[in-house]
Write a protein that binds this ligand. Structure first.
Ligand code: SF4
Ligand code: SF4
Length: 448
């Protein structure tokens, strides 16, 4: 067992929490399969608009490894292929023709399955995409084996699902999932849980075969990149993998039954809506179903949280890895940066607002950042809050100068993309966005 504490981190006291009752939502008439969330994948389409697709057939695959394919969970027709600038594939929208669950593989014996059979089963079912590699947070390479695998049962990004609540009746299956992951590494399977024994589900900390991490609750302690940095750092050319516990349960359920499990428990919340709750729904569910009759005029909708989420249009769908849909009122003082960052009425990290005198309050934030980007004033707030000992104020400058050597020396590969440096910066510099763009360039050019 390892206790994990770290310097930096910060809990954003944002209002708009969901109530802890789970509403179950089935498959909608229109569903989406996300491509934009699959970092590092170069999608090649296997189906075109108007074509029929059967459950288990590939919709698209990775240009670099055709075995990594993304399958259709349903018998459906490809209704729309959504792309962004430079034909970047965002998602494939399906018109579902048959909502009954579909068998996509023969059931496997989870206790007896061998390493190579497991890899093949995950590739065949398209579930391989749920396993991601550190650094870069990209879809894992089936040819490599990781130093360690992380399963983090803490998700403390603001307003994300409480995993103690979500996982409480699934500990036995989670233990099976850990045994599966052990077949894929000669190293450790690290299982992280929250610090308080009273909060975590019975049996979680006794799951055999895992190396247990007891982490402090401060954001972003649930982040696998942060856990890797503090618990078992990577040497040059090492990789680690991570898989979300809900995704691991979907792997267990699918391989055991042969029927593709797409359901996840997500939060639908934020101060922009009133019906804030937990929802069990298939991945890629339409916002029209998740948000129901809520008006989203003048609102910003996010797949994910306010620190790391991506913006959705009103006709969008829930994301692949982001187990939260959050709605916040727009602040119209200034058009927002690349991504969401809560601003007005914000609590004061730097204690410049009165709010800093009143601890424990939660704030109904909107999307305004209250000002323009200015030059760095060397206040050190980003360095103070960074949970992986990076100096973001130097790293972002090296990134803007395209100095590949300097950004690596400054620890760009340790960045957990927690978004805190951007949030606290009084000069409104999108540090996290600049660092992410630089990391993507390094990945694209193969410069590590
Ligand atoms: S550099 Fe910024 S985004 Fe990266 S870990 Fe540090 S605070 Fe988080
Ligand atoms: S928080 Fe912003 S202004 Fe302060 S040192 Fe970091 S980059 Fe500079």
């Amino acid at each position: 067992m390892t206790n994990l504490d770290f310097s930096g981190g910060y809990d954003l006291p944002i209002a708009g929490r969901p109530v802890k009752t789970v509403e179950t939502i089935g498959v909608s008439n229109t569903m989406s399969v996300s491509a934009i969330d699959l970092h590092g994948l170069k999608p090649i389409m296997d189906k075109q608009e108007g074509e029929e697709v059967r459950a288990g057939e590939a919709l698209f695959h990775d240009k670099n490894d055709a075995r990594i394919k993304i399958i259709s969970p349903y018998n459906a027709v490809v209704k729309e292929i959504r792309r962004a600038e430079r034909r970047l594939l965002i998602e494939v929208v399906l018109e579902v023709k048959d909502k009954t669950p579909n068998k996509v593989i023969e059931p496997v014996n989870l206790e007896k399955i061998k390493e190579e059979e497991l890899v093949q089963a995950l590739l065949k079912t398209g579930l391989w995409r749920l396993i991601r590699q550190l650094p870069f947070n990209i879809v894992a390479d089936p040819e490599k084996r990781p130093k360690d695998i992380y399963v983090s049962c803490i998700d403390n990004e603001p307003l994300y699902p409480d995993l103690n609540f979500v996982l409480k009746d699934r500990i036995k299956d989670l233990a099976l999932g850990v045994q599966l992951m052990k077949k894929l590494t000669r190293g450790q399977v690290f299982l992280a849980s929250a610090p308080s024994e009273s909060e975590i589900p019975a049996g979680l900390r006794e799951i055999p075969g895992a190396h247990h991490i007891h982490a402090v609750s401060r954001y972003p302690s649930g982040n696998p990149q942060l856990q890797c940095y503090w618990v078992s750092p990577l040497r040059k050319n090492d990789v680690a993998w991570h898989v979300n516990p809900q995704d691991l349960l979907a792997i267990v359920d699918t391989l055991r039954s042969g029927i593709l499990c797409e359901d996840r428990v997500i939060t639908v919340c934020g101060t922009g809506i009133s019906n804030r709750r937990y929802v069990k729904a298939p991945l890629g569910s339409p916002l029209s179903t998740l948000l129901g009759k809520e008006s989203t005029d003048g609102m910003r909708i996010l797949a994910g949280g306010v620190l790391t989420g991506r913006q959705l249009k009103a006709d969008g769908f829930s994301g692949l890895y982001q187990h939260s849909v959050q709605v916040l009122p727009e602040g119209y003082e200034r058009e927002f940066l690349r991504f969401m960052r809560p601003g007005s009425d914000k609590p004061s990290y730097s204690r410049v607002f009165l709010s800093s005198l009143f601890g424990g309050s939660e704030y109904a934030m909107n999307t305004s950042i209250n000002g323009e980007e200015r030059a760095c004033v060397q206040c050190g707030a980003c360095e103070e809050v960074c949970p992986t000992e990076i100096l973001p104020q130097f790293l972002f400058k090296a990134a803007l100068a395209n100095d590949v050597e300097a950004v690596q020396e400054l620890g760009i590969l340790d960045c957990s993309n927690c978004g805190l440096c951007t949030y606290v910066c009084p000069s409104k510099i999108d540090l996290d966005g600049i660092i992410k763009t630089s990391a993507n360039e390094i990945l694209k050019e193969g410069l590590v």
